[in-house]
Design a protein around this ligand. Structure first.
Ligand SMILES: Nc1ncnc2c1ncn2[C@@H]1O[C@H](COP(=O)(O)OP(=O)(O)OP(=O)(O)O)[C@@H](O)[C@H]1O
Length: 317
């Protein structure tokens, strides 16, 4: 799959304070990339750099396979974006606002405005001025504006912020349709995990300006179904048995008594037998799914992904 956007070491400082640090992210053609992070993590700043609204302090951006030079507008014409709250001419209608935008973008397709408004669920607003629109309608108009020139890459910063659940569901369907039916690659940010979880093909997690994880949702789903959690009398001894006797490297120690094993080849009975044979007390053994929420918290608290036995080894030493 070809790469639509790649950043390498992208950084931004404001008045000497670095708010985005060395972000290297890769977005593939046709995917929905969920950019997830708590408030203030740096999502908007990254998106502003990607859309040429602010200049990076360091690093590089590659769009559609070409490095982006400062002030270059060509790649921007292949992108649509809605960064923060969209701003409109409030006394003009949706149609009039869209016309102005299309003129500015050099988009002269006579059907483009009607189609974008229809897709965004705004085809019946007639001459109503934007100042009479609800917040949700303004968000939709921002999206209609972003898609009307048929972008190859759509960048949306918290597009469902402040919307009601029905509106959120409708927009989610719209994003899916834009991705699947129109082949548009989408970068979408949110601080709400559940929003991204149901939509994204890949997630990038940003925390305190750093990209702490970039992983496909498929990988996340596969990994979180294959966990056996053992509550034992001594987690460090259990980790030793798991690694040395069973030869498993994919496990994690949690606290003094709990070990999670992610290797799908091991049966719970086999694990139980090995632990008991080596004199380790076993309080419980359960198959469980690690929720993405748990995983997310670990990522932003600096935890490594669970396919790694380093932590277990560290706690043995
Ligand atoms: N123009 C600016 N001048 C100074 N600091 C800024 C500027 N823009 C952003 N920041 C700071 O950069 C940090 C990251 O902000 P940013 O808006 O990128 O985060 P975010 O992840 O989009 O958060 P939110 O979801 O709250 O919008 C914050 O600490 C913010 O205060």
């Amino acid at each position: 799959m070809s790469i639509v956007l790649r950043t390498t070491g992208l950084s931004k400082s404001f008045k000497g304070k670095e708010v985005v640090s060395e972000v290297s992210m890769t977005i593939r053609k046709g995917e929905i990339y969920g950019f997830l992070g708590p408030n203030g993590a740096g999502k908007t700043t990254v998106m502003r750099m990607l859309t040429g609204l602010v200049a990076p302090s360091g690093g590089t951006i590659e769009l559609f396979g070409e490095p982006v030079r400062r002030g270059e507008v060509e790649p921007l014409k292949r992108m649509g974006s809605m960064i923060e709250y969209p701003v409109f001419y409030e006394h003009l209608s949706a149609q009039q606002n869209m016309r102005l935008h299309c003129d500015y973008m050099g988009c002269y397709d006579p059907d483009a405005i009607g189609e974008a408004l229809r897709l965004a669920g705004l085809k019946d607003t007639g001459g109503k001025p934007v100042k009479a629109f609800s917040l949700g309608m303004k968000q939709r108009l921002g999206i209609a504006r972003a898609i009307c020139a048929k972008p190859e890459l759509l960048i949306l910063d918290e597009p469902v912020n402040g919307m009601d659940p029905v509106g959120i569901r409708e927009l989610r369907e719209l994003f899916r349709a834009l991705s699947k039916d129109y082949g548009i690659t989408i970068l979408i940010s949110s601080h709400i995990l559940q929003e991204i979880e149901v939509l994204a093909d890949t997630i990038g997690i940003i925390h305190e300006g750093k990209l702490v994880e970039e992983v496909s949702m498929e990988q996340v789903r596969n990994e979180r179904t294959a966990c056996i959690e053992a509550v034992t009398s001594d987690a460090r001894q259990a980790a030793f048995v798991i690694e040395e006797q069973l030869g498993i490297r994919s496990f994690k120690v949690l606290g003094n008594d709990t070990v999670r094993v992610y290797d799908p080849r091991i049966a719970p009975s086999e694990l139980a037998r090995a632990l008991v044979l080596h004199g380790i007390g076993l309080t419980s053994l359960t198959r469980r799914n690690v929720s993405l929420e748990e995983q997310f918290l670990k990522w932003i608290q600096g935890g490594k992904s669970h396919g790694d036995a380093d932590e277990a080894r560290a706690s043995k030493n």
